[in-house]
Design a protein around this ligand. Sequence first.
Ligand code: GRF
Length: 188
Amino acid sequence: MKNLAIFASGTGSNFEAIANAVEKRELNANIVLLVCDNPKAAVIDKAQSRGIEVLVFNPKEFESKNDYEMMIINKCKFLQIDLIALAGYMRILSKVLLAAYPKKIVNIHPSLLPAFKGKDAVQQAIDYGVKIMGITIHYVDEGIDTGEIINQKAFEINNEFTRSDIEIEIHKLEHSLYVETLKVLLEE
Ligand code: GRF
C-alpha cells in the first residue's frame, strides 16, 4: 500500500474527505503524515483525532525556507512517502522539495486553471463575472498554480449564486474529484 502525505494550512475539509475515503477503503493508501505550517489550523485536530502524525511548524522560526523544507523532506523520506497531496497548503514549494519528489506532488485549486491563479481564486472569478466556475487538480511545479493539469471539473452559476453557494459547490466537487484522482495516481 502506498504512503500518502497531505500538506495543509487551514480548515482541512479536503484532508477530511481524503481521510474518510481511506477509512472507508475507497482509497487504498495510508495517510502517514500531515504537514502544516500553521500551528492554529483546524486541520491539525482532524489529523490528531485520527491518529495521523502531524509535522507542524512555524516558518518564522526557521532561518530559511531551505531549512524547513529540508526538515519536511527528511520526515517524508523517513516515513517513505510515495505521494504528496497539497490541500490548501499556502506556501510555494522550492526546487529542493520538488526535486525530492518529482511528479509526486499534486495540488487542488479552486478555479479552472489557467484562469485565476493564486490567492482567492473564487473571488477573482466572481469579480471577473464568469458564468462557469470550477476546480483543477495539477502537478506542482515552481510556479503558482502552473503545473501540468491532471483533472478538472466545472459547474454553471447564475446571478442567484452567493459566494457561499459557490464555495459549497466547489468544496463538494473538490472532495470527490480529489479522492477520484488520488485513487488513479496511487495505482501508478
Ligand atoms: C480548497 O478550496 C483548495 O482548492 C484550496 O484551498 C482550499 C482548502 O480548503 N487550495 P480546505 O482546507 O480543504 O477546506
